[in-house]
Design a protein around this ligand. Structure first.
Ligand code: HEM
Length: 158
């Protein structure tokens, strides 16, 4: 009788240990899932998607219009087409559901007489526009980091 009870206790303790081990494993796996969550969202999503990108482009246009050193370059530009093209490029670059189909950056900016001052000014305006539209610092820096390599292309045919 006593032996039988011991055997039950032994089995019960074993089942309990198994359950605790299973619960611990499930918890660890779900926590690991949480830790990897940020990698599953695209930069486009973290920036707020199409609505925020459109708002950023519009915000940028106002800043360009208010900056005499930059606005001169846009004197003969169709602003609606420029806005549409830039929005599609920002969407594409941030891994959103768009394909930028405009001209390559060297041809789009050829013979404008752009200098580093103009380039930096435009980047500053873009960053300020993103900030004002509520894009977090990490996402802003990531987007600017993806645009930075375009410097060489924009400047190639000046
Ligand atoms: C990383 C930097 C830059 C990026 C990503 C960029 C992006 C673009 C894009 C996507 C277009 C539209 C191309 C098209 O569809 O025709 C464009 C056009 C234009 N960009 Fe930039 N741009 C940059 C730097 C600059 C700078 C520094 C300036 C002058 C301050 C500038 C002035 C212009 C102008 C005036 C146009 C319109 C050209 C036209 O009327 O055909 N861009 N840019």
């Amino acid at each position: 009788m006593i032996d039988q009870r011991k055997s039950y206790e032994c089995k019960y303790t074993h089942v309990r240990r198994c359950l605790i081990a299973l619960t611990f494993t499930a918890l660890t796996l779900s926590l690991a899932g949480c830790v990897h969550q940020p990698n599953q969202t695209t930069l486009y999503e973290r920036m707020g998607g199409e609505t925020t990108i459109d708002a950023v482009v519009e915000n940028l246009l106002y800043r360009i219009a208010d900056d005499p050193e930059v606005v001169v370059f846009f004197a003969n530009t169709n602003i609606d087409l420029f806005a549409e093209s830039l929005a599609s490029q920002l969407c594409d670059v941030s891994d959103g559901p768009c394909n930028y189909e405009g001209p390559p950056m060297d041809r789009a900016h050829q013979h404008m007489g752009l200098t580093d001052v103009h380039f930096n000014r435009l980047v500053e305006h873009l960053d300020a526009a993103m900030q004002e539209e509520g894009i977090a610092l990490g996402a802003r820096n990531e987007l600017l980091g993806r645009l930075a390599p375009m410097y060489a292309d924009v400047m190639r045919l000046q």
